[in-house]
Write a protein that binds this ligand. Structure first.
Ligand code: MSP
Length: 509
C-alpha cells in the first residue's frame, strides 16, 4: 500500500487556538483527505507543544499548574480539530509518556554520536520564539532595544548549557537542499543562504526550567523545547519502539508548518535526525500567515479571530472553503467577515449551490426523482464531459504540489462551465418541446455534479457528501479513480430529496 505521512506543527498551550492554527490544520486536512481519495494509506498527525518557560509563566499567572493549563488548552485544540471536521489519525501531546521516552532516546543517540557537550552559554534568547539568536541577526526598535528577527523581545542569558554540534552538519544540510526539501522555493533560498553563512553550535538545554523533560543523566537541565517538540513527529509513530507504524510512515512525506518556524524544521530537525542515525523527512512546506484585515493578530491588538465561533456563525465548510480558496497557498492571506461572506456567497451559494439545486429539483420533479435517461449525446454534451478528462491530470498535479487554492479554482471552472451549459441548454424549455433532450441535459449536469462533488470532498467535506448523497453515489465510489467515464451515473437510480446546501449569508456588519 502507498503510505503518506503528513503532520502539522504542534501548537503551544499558552493560549487557545486562533484562526492561524485553524488555517494550518485545515490545509493539512485537505491534503490528507485528497491523498486518501487517491487511495493512499494516510497518517495525519497534529498535536500540542506543552513544555517550556512560556507555558510555565502563563500557568503561574493563572495560578494553575502547567499540566492543568496544558490539559485545558490541548482540549481546546482537540475540540477545534473536531469542530472543523479535521480527520487527523492521532493527536500527540508532548507531556505524554510515549513522547518523553522518545525525547530521552533521541538525546542519548545524539550524545552517543558525540554531538552533545556541556559548556557555558551566553547570548540572546527570545521567549516568545523559544529561540537563541546571534547578535548580528537582531534588529533594534525605535528606543534602541534589541528585538529578534520576528520582532519579539530578547533577553541576555548566561548559563551552563548542553550544546549540539550543529556546525558539523553544514555540508550535509546544503546537499539536502539540492532537492525539493523545502517549499516554496523562496524559503529554500532563504534557508540555503543562512546555512551557507556558517552554522554555530546551538544550546539545547535550559537550567532551572521546571516544566520540561529532564536531560538524561543530568536532572539540573531540561531539554530545549525545540528538541522536545520536533521529536513529536517520530514519538507519535511509536519510535524508539519497533513498530509497523514507524516502518510504514517514516520517513514522513510532509511537515506542514508556518513560515516563522522553517529554520527549526529545515536546519535543526534534519541535523538532529542525522545525528541520531534516522532517516530525514521528504519535504517541509511553509505556508503563509493569516492576517486580520492586513494586520498581524495579537492579544494586545485584540484582533484574534476565534475559529470555533466563526465556524458556528458561518458554517464549517464555509470557513474551510474561504481559508483555502482566498489565498494562494504559501502566501500571506487576510481574514475579514466581509471577505468570507463575499467569497462564500459567490462561489458556494451562487455558483455551486444554485447549480445543484436547480438541476436536482428539475430531476426530482420531471424525472421521477431518479437519474434521468441519457439519450444520444451531441458535441456540446461530449465536450463538457471531456473537459473533466482533459483537466483531471492538471487538477491532481496542483494538489500534489500543494497549490490548494489553484486546485479549487480549477474545480470551480468546471462549476462555471456546467452552469453555462445548463443556462444555454435551457432544460426547462425542453420539458415540453423535447423531453428526451431534457433528460440528456439533466443527466449531463448530474454527472458533472458527481465529478465536481468527488473533487471537492477534501475542501468542503460536509457539502460535498450531501451532494454525493443526493445523487445516491455509493460511499466506496467516491475516490479519484471513479472520476472516469467508466463509472458514470446509472439512469433510473433514485436520487434523494435535494435541499439547499449553502444558504446565502446576509452581510451582518
Ligand atoms: N510549538 C511551535 C511549533 C513546534 S512544531 C514541532 C509553534 N507553535 S505555535 O502555536 O506558535 O504555532 C503553531 C503553528 O501555527 C505554526 O506552524 C505557526 O506558524 C502557525 N501559525 C501561528 N500563527 C499563524 C497565523 N496567524 N497564520 C497562519 N499560521 C500561523 O510554533
Amino acid at each position: 500500500m502507498d503510505n503518506f505521512f503528513i503532520s502539522t506543527a504542534i501548537s503551544y498551550t499558552n493560549g487557545p487556538p486562533h484562526i492561524g492554527h485553524a488555517y494550518e490544520v485545515i490545509a493539512a486536512d485537505v491534503i490528507a483527505r485528497f491523498k486518501r481519495l487517491e487511495g493512499k494509506n494516510v497518517f495525519f498527525l497534529t498535536g500540542t507543544d506543552e513544555h517550556g518557560l512560556k507555558v510555565q509563566q502563563k500557568a503561574i499567572k493563572l495560578e494553575i499548574s502547567p499540566q492543568e493549563l496544558a490539559d485545558q488548552m490541548s482540549g481546546n485544540f482537540i475540540e477545534m480539530g473536531r469542530a472543523l471536521h479535521c480527520s487527523n489519525d492521532d493527536f500527540i501531546r508532548t507531556s505524554e509518556e510515549r513522547h518523553k521516552k522518545a525525547v530521552r532516546e533521541i538525546w542519548l543517540k545524539m550524545k552517543n554520536n558525540g554531538d552533545i557537550y556541556l559548556d557555558d552559554y551566553s547570548g540572546w534568547y527570545s521567549l516568545i520564539d523559544e529561540a537563541f539568536y546571534n547578535e548580528d541577526e537582531l534588529i533594534k526598535d525605535d528606543k534602541g532595544k534589541f528585538l529578534s528577527p520576528n520582532n519579539t523581545p530578547v533577553e541576555w542569558v548566561e548559563e551552563q548549557s548542553y550544546f549540539f554540534r550543529l556546525s558539523s552538519y553544514q555540508e550535509k544540510l546544503l546537499s539536502l537542499y539540492e532537492n525539493n526539501f523545502i517549499q516554496p522555493k523562496s524559503k529554500m533560498n532563504e534557508i540555503k543562504n543562512f546555512v551557507e553563512g556558517g552554522l554555530r553550535d546551538i544550546s539545547i538545554s535550559r537550567k532551572g526550567l521546571d516544566w520540561g523533560i529532564r536531560v538524561p543523566e543530568d536532572d539540573d537541565h531540561s531539554v530545549y523545547v525545540w528538541v522536545d517538540a520536533l521529536t513529536n513527529y517520530i514519538s507519535a509513530l511509536k519510535w524508539p519502539e519497533k513498530s509497523d507504524l514507524f516502518d510504514n510512515f517514516w520517513p514522513g512525506d510532509l511537515h506542514l508548518i508556518g513560515k516563522d518556524i522553517v529554520r527549526f524544521h529545515t536546519v535543526f530537525w534534519p541535523a538532529f535526525l542525522l545525528s541520531a542515525g534516522l532517516e530525514l523527512p521528504k519535504q517541509v512546506f511553509s505556508h503563509g500567515f493569516i492576517l486580520n484585515k492586513g494586520e498581524k493578530m495579537s492579544k494586545s491588538l485584540g484582533n484574534i479571530e476565534d475559529p470555533m465561533s466563526l465556524a458556528k456563525t458561518f458554517g464549517v465548510d464555509q470557513l474551510r472553503y474561504f481559508l483555502m480558496r482566498e489565498t494562494p497557498f504559501g502566501n500571506d492571506g487576510n481574514y475579514s467577515d466581509e471577505l468570507l461572506i463575499n467569497r462564500v456567497n459567490a462561489d458556494l451559494s451562487n455558483d455551486l449551490g444554485n447549480l445543484s439545486q436547480r438541476c436536482l429539483t428539475m430531476v426530482k420533479k420531471n424525472c421521477d426523482q431518479s437519474i434521468p435517461q441519457k439519450n444520444k449525446l451531441n458535441n456540446v454534451d461530449q465536450e463538457l464531459l471531456n473537459l473533466v478528462d482533459r483537466k483531471k491530470a492538471n487538477i491532481i498535479k496542483l494538489m500534489s504540489s500543494y497549490q490548494i487554492s489553484s486546485y479549487i479554482s480549477e474545480v470551480f471552472e468546471l462549476v462555471s462551465d456546467t452552469n453555462k451549459y445548463f443556462s444555454d441548454q435551457k432544460p426547462w424549455d425542453l420539458k415540453t418541446s423535447d423531453p428526451a433532450r431534457m433528460n440528456t441535459v439533466l443527466w449531463i449536469s448530474c454527472e458533472m455534479l458527481r465529478r465536481i462533488g468527488i473533487l471537492l470532498q477534501p475542501v468542503i467535506p460536509i457539502g460535498s457528501s450531501k451532494l454525493l448523497d443526493f445523487l445516491n453515489i455509493d460511499s466506496d465510489k467516491r475516490l479519484i479513480n471513479f472520476l472516469s467515464d467508466d463509472y458514470v451515473l446509472e439512469s433510473g437510480k433514485p436520487i434523494k430529496d435535494p435541499e439547499i446546501i449553502f444558504p446565502k449569508i446576509d452581510l451582518i456588519k
